[in-house]
Write a protein that binds this ligand. Structure first.
Ligand SMILES: [Zn+2]
Length: 128
């Protein structure tokens, strides 16, 4: 579920050109557009927890927040249905957004505590 090196290189450019965007749209369809918009709107968030020094990524969707484990997992329905069950796509747009955010260094960092992390995990475990 990782992006090939040529795509990482393209995404790490300061400005994405029209041809970059077309390339990604061709490959990922409207998921790319949604992912890029989420990143540009500051909806990719990295929480850093102390004292453990661990972190979690959240991508805010239209109605709720999704926990994203980079390149591995997302709590949204589309991940469950389209990625895991149907194997129709390799990533939902949240997973794509997390990659874009990290590669472009374009995300919010929030400092938090391990107690908050536990609370967050139990809230995000719901998949409705
Ligand atoms: Zn997702």
């Amino acid at each position: 579920m990782s992006l090939p090196p040529n795509e990482v290189r393209r995404l790490s450019k300061q400005e994405l050109t029209q041809s970059d965007i077309e390339y990604f749209r061709e490959k990922y369809g409207k998921r790319f557009v949604r992912a890029l918009r989420a990143v540009e709107e500051g909806r990719a968030i990295k929480y850093n927890f102390q004292p453990s020094g661990t972190s979690k990524w959240i991508v805010r969707g239209q109605r709720r927040e999704y926990l994203v484990v980079p390149q591995v997992f997302c709590t949204c329905r589309s991940f469950y249905h389209s990625v895991v069950i149907d194997r129709e796509i390799s990533m939902c747009y949240h997973l794509l957004a997390q990659r874009i955010a990290e590669i472009r260094d374009q995300y919010k960092s929030i400092e938090s505590t391990d107690a908050e992390r536990r609370k967050m995990s139990s809230e995000l475990r719901r998949t409705d």
